[in-house]
Design a protein around this ligand. Sequence first.
Ligand SMILES: [Zn+2]
Ligand SMILES: [Zn+2]
Length: 164
Amino acid sequence: MRIDLKKLNGVYGGKITFENEVDLSSENVFGEFPFQTPVKYHGEIVNHLGVLMLSGDISAVLNTHCARCLKPLEVPISAQVEAVLSRDESDEEDVFQITQDSVEVEDILIPELLLQVQMTYLCKEDCKGLCPICGTNRNTNDCNCESRQIDPRLAALAALLGDK
Ligand SMILES: [Zn+2]
Ligand SMILES: [Zn+2]
């Protein structure tokens, strides 16, 4: 959503509010397409004593899955963004350079949202995952593979201790 900033020229205290949603379903994040529902954002741009300040809020529901048991998960994420819109080049982190009398707020908000996406999610902290041998979901079922699956380092130690 492109916002025309001309209305704020010389208007101290002037404010433009915005609200929209964006389709990020083709956005590839860590090899997945987690944004299956529209991403919502809103915010305002204020002329604060001649400095254009943007503050915004962007939120989405990630369609992902548990990294251990592959259970589908819906994870809400959001980002709060504060940025200064400046025509001057700047290395400062919260300054966004604008080259014309308008700004595409999605260029500021979407990268901040993407920063919130983690590489992996778990359905619960202590998810037991799938059995690597038979594929059973260990959260819901027990299988008999577990006893046979011994870490080779532990097996060596057990042999040393004479614990067969
Ligand atoms: Zn899980
Ligand atoms: Zn098993």
